[in-house]
Design a protein around this ligand. Structure first.
Ligand code: FES
Length: 132
């Protein structure tokens, strides 16, 4: 025979649900979204040589940029779990929504993110980092 949940348990569950809704609503984009070809992401000088950083495009898309001299590689900064924006931590890329961690090459260190951060082809044109 099953027991009905207490009024207190029902209210606690409702409060947890209400608290979670704004967090999930902040993750409104699709992780397939990547800046389109020709998008000017940043100046090369915005990315310190030898470092990885997260920069937002003018449209608000987060992009993970890694610079080695005049060469830049880019990843989508949109988490492959539920599409939150990632940020840099000293030793890895973090999705703060559910704590997925990624290496600088986008591979997943720990989930729940199911897939690596997608690569974005970029080129440096006249000192600007542009989506190829
Ligand atoms: S949205 Fe990134 S870990 Fe859930």
């Amino acid at each position: 025979m099953s027991e009905l949940p207490s009024r207190r348990a029902v209210l606690a569950a409702a409060a947890l649900t209400a608290a979670a809704v704004p967090t999930l609503a902040a993750c409104g984009r699709k992780h397939a979204d990547v800046p389109s070809s020709g998008t000017d992401i940043a100046a090369l000088d915005d990315v310190p040589d030898g470092e990885t950083t997260v920069i937002y495009t003018p449209a608000g898309d987060p992009v993970v940029l890694t610079r080695s001299g005049d060469t830049v590689t880019a990843l989508s900064g949109v988490c492959t779990h539920q599409s939150c924006s990632v940020r840099m931590e000293p030793d890895y890329i973090l999705c703060p929504c559910h704590n997925s961690k990624f290496n600088a090459d986008g591979t997943v260190i720990s989930g729940p993110a199911p897939d690596p951060l997608p690569a974005i082809a970029v080129e440096v044109v006249d000192g600007r980092i542009v989506v190829a």
